[in-house]
Unconditional design. Structure first.
Length: 216
């Protein structure tokens, strides 16, 4: 609990609790789980393996985190506003799989989405966390859109269906890979999803191309 690795950290950059430390020019929010002791005060949540892309839903304030698995599962985790202290299970769990039966994580929060490793239309090997669509395309409104770096699949699911404590499997996802084919170029290895002030969603691939989702 004294290491920042595998954690979500939360700081307040409007002030400075550490004026003598040039590397810590910020304040510790009072609501952080270890603000008063027991661990690194910057920690807000634990139990992540390799979080790759996170975003806030502008409508609800929920934080969605893509966490890359090791051998079997990829997952999306969620933190609601003010909901600090979550433990997402790693290294004892990978998604909902218990890796260490003698030391399962009884207090772990399961992911809201998980999918298995593989090359199928609802599989992959390295999740890229996405965004909740709040733009002008009505068919995508309120859907969480994310993908996989290796399989290049892109999926969506209504964010309203994502409930803390419950896990949706691949069967709950809508595959958007073909629907999102660009007019020019190709979406290769997915490295990021982003959104502008109007809610338009952008997809970035490894070779530097940026694509915007638009209605046909």
């Amino acid at each position: 609990m004294n290491s920042p690795l595998g954690k979500v950290l939360r700081i307040d950059v409007s002030a400075d609790d550490f004026p003598q430390d040039v590397a810590r020019d910020y304040r510790i929010p009072a609501g952080n789980p270890h603000a008063s002791g027991g661990g690194l005060p910057e920690i807000f949540a634990i139990g992540l393996r390799n979080p790759f892309r996170a975003s806030f839903d502008r409508a609800t304030g929920r934080l969605y985190i893509g966490d890359v698995g090791e051998n079997q599962r990829e997952e999306i985790d969620m933190i609601a506003p003010g909901d600090g202290g979550r433990n997402f299970g790693w290294v004892r769990m990978e998604g909902t799989l218990i890796l260490v039966p003698a030391e399962n994580a009884p207090n772990a929060t399961p992911p809201v989405i998980e999918y298995p490793h593989g090359a199928g239309p609802f599989e992959g090997n390295s999740v890229t966390g996405g965004v909740v669509y709040r733009g002008p395309v009505a068919a995508l409104a309120g859907h969480y859109i994310f993908g996989d770096f290796i399989s290049r699949n892109i999926w969506s699911v209504p964010a309203a269906n994502l409930v803390q404590g419950a896990t949706l499997g691949a069967g709950a996802l809508t595959r958007q890979t073909d629907a999102f084919l660009p007019d020019i170029g190709a979406i290769d290895q997915l490295v990021a999803f982003g959104a502008d002030d109007a809610g338009n969603v952008y997809i970035v691939d490894l070779d530097g191309e940026i694509f915007r989702l638009e209605s046909q």
